[in-house]
Design a protein around this ligand. Sequence first.
Ligand SMILES: *Cc1c(COP(=O)(O)O)cnc(C)c1O
Length: 400
Amino acid sequence: MAQIRAADSFETLAIHAGQDPDPLTGAVVPPIYQVSTYKQDGVGGLRGGTHAGIGSGPGRWIEGYEYSRTANPTRGALEECLAALEGGTRALAFASGMAAEDCLLRTICRPGDHVLIPHDAYGGTYRLFDKVLTHWGVTYHPVAVSDPPGVRAAVAEHRPKLIWVESPTNPLLSIADIGLLAEIAHSAGAMLAVDNTFASPYLQQPLVHGADAVVHSTTKYLGGHSDVVGGAIVTSDADLAARCAFLQNSTGSSGGPFDAWLTLRGIKTLAVRMERHCDNAAQVALMLAGHAKVSAVYYPGLPEHPGHEVAAKQMRAFGGMVSFRHAEGERAAIEMCGRTRLFTLGESLGGVESLIEHPASMTHAAAAGSPLEVPADLVRLSVGIENSDDLVQDIRAALG
Ligand SMILES: *Cc1c(COP(=O)(O)O)cnc(C)c1O
């Protein structure tokens, strides 16, 4: 019996959705069901669903527990929580964000289909399209997702099966008007998928704006502690969800129970973490905007950011990611990445600790020489939840 109600607020859902106390012991946190297989009560008599130890959640979607590639109660708890947070009806949890993307794309697309992708998409997403899916006859075309007339023209020209959107994009923080792009996609018979990794469901819920599916790298803000790799698909389209679940089970890309547990643990503090990420990032962005060694700052919270108004309309706040260009060029950008004290030089983002990186040679190296190449003097910050003055001071000192 679920404790939560549909009208519960985000913070409450983050802590309780899919996570009723264990009926057997009263444990307030879902147990880690570190198990591969389940006893059957007679052949085909699967246990599970409502009495499986984690409330009514996973039982809505599965016949019972049979084998953990197909369904696992800890993963099911995470899936129910993610569905609630995104305002969807079903979520699937994967071993990584890329596994989730691959599952969604191969569920929707067939050889001969075409996809529009952001011209500044995450490097791994670009690599999946360019180096993997093209070999299976799925083609792509990069567009500026922040330019709806351009997207409309590309839809008319390429007749895509799917529009793939990130907002904010990685690493240039451009903003897509999700509601408008959903209209453009649907009026042409296409679907809209949104990679919501940068915003997290706390800041933005794409399904509410009309997207057909959301994907996440739960490795980032949802997990939030740089201690687990995972991914998710969330949708309110029951047929799409069932087809994704079929492919997930057929290919074995589901995440493990301990990973699901760590992600659930992270999600409990998502709302308070995001508030601090946003406040700290805004302060860092303001400092950068007034710094002589910075030629451009990309942060949707700055009023001069071209996507500011759309972001203000569809997001609760502007996120924890800030990118900027070093006025003295590539060498200076690379050198400053090695000079910070608190910002750790590393890939990934969304953890409590601040990270700095040089996208052109790190996260986005796969896009070198392509239309998705990023500026060589670009530096990307994942602003953590340390003290904001300390963080501002650290970046200022590294700029010199
Ligand atoms: C990290 C990331 C991914 C890939 O997720 P993994 O968990 O690393 O596989 C996809 N999209 C965005 C925007 C990301 O930042």
